[in-house]
Design a protein around this ligand. Structure first.
Ligand code: MG
Length: 275
């Protein structure tokens, strides 16, 4: 990492596009750090939050909160504990988790999204998504492996209709989007995987040009990463930015979580300071 960062070339910090292009060989997470720092710097110099610099209205995102795979009791208790959260995203890896989800549905008022993280074969996925539709989920993420190709996603998408199927592992950057058009309802966009705010906007515009939905996702990351993503969250149909909620010791402060709502700081830049 140290060696990679030494080779970062910034000629003009206002030239964010040019700087990203010159450093495009860096890993996406490193590129994201540069992208976020340059947006923060430019917006601080102008005295505005980053979303204003980008020509966007004030974002008021409501994020899903993710429940990891666990036994039924734990998951149902988790959903009860999180009853103030309007959206829960439940991870599923097998048929037993579908039964767990049914129990969650019975005990929770929340809108339910499902992330299968590539768990099902293309044949299984058809049955799984039909079951999920029947349970009443509002969205299904990546039911089949990315390695199965866009056609496997198309079959799952058609079986799930009208519930949207969103790709995640199949769609890392804007270049992945055109071949998924018609095969998924939309794509999940994660700054740390595509390379930052600029690259995320490329993904959004590419997806919209193909008539697709867009979801904003995250890794387990600090309030710094979450705030950068949240700046552009107004452009998305689904917002899944719970990463910093899961941290015991977040080194940054700025955005505040309130039952799934993310209240962004109005400070210039990304609105984040070291804790
Ligand atoms: Mg996912």
């Amino acid at each position: 990492m140290g060696a990679a960062l030494k080779s970062v070339e910034v000629r003009d910090p206002w030239d964010i596009e040019g700087t990203l292009a010159r450093n495009d060989a860096l890993p996406p997470s490193a590129l994201t750090a540069i992208d976020n720092a340059l947006h923060d710097l430019a917006a601080r110099r102008l005295g505005v939050p980053v979303y204003r610099l980008l020509g966007l209205g004030r974002p008021e995102p409501v994020s899903a909160y993710t429940l990891g795979i666990a036994d039924r009791e734990t998951t149902v208790a988790g959903a009860k504990r999180l009853r103030e959260h309007p959206i829960l995203k439940v991870k599923v890896g097998g048929w037993e988790d579908i039964e767990t989800l049914r129990a969650v549905r019975e005990g929770s008022e929340a809108e339910l999204w499902v992330d299968a993280n590539e768990a099902f074969s293309p044949e299984e996925a058809v049955e799984v998504v039909a079951e999920l539709r029947e349970i009443g989920v509002a969205m299904i993420e990546q039911p089949v492996p990315a390695s199965a190709g866009p056609e496997a996603l198309r079959v799952a998408k058609e079986a799930a209709l009208p519930v949207p199927v969103i790709s995640d592992e199949s769609s890392i950057a804007a270049r992945d989007v055109p071949r998924l058009a018609g095969c998924v309802s939309g794509v999940n966009v994660k700054l740390a995987k595509c390379g930052g705010i600029r690259r995320a906007l490329e993904m959004v515009h590419t997806a919209r040009a193909h008539g697709m939905l867009v979801m904003l996702g995250c890794m387990v990351e600090t309030s710094l990463g979450i705030s950068a993503a949240a700046q552009i969250s107004g452009l998305f149909d689904f917002v899944d930015l719970d990463g910093a909620m899961l941290l015991a010791d977040d080194p940054f402060q700025g955005p505040v979580y309130e039952n799934g709502r993310i209240l962004l700081s109005e400070e210039p830049g990304l609105g984040v300071e070291p804790r």
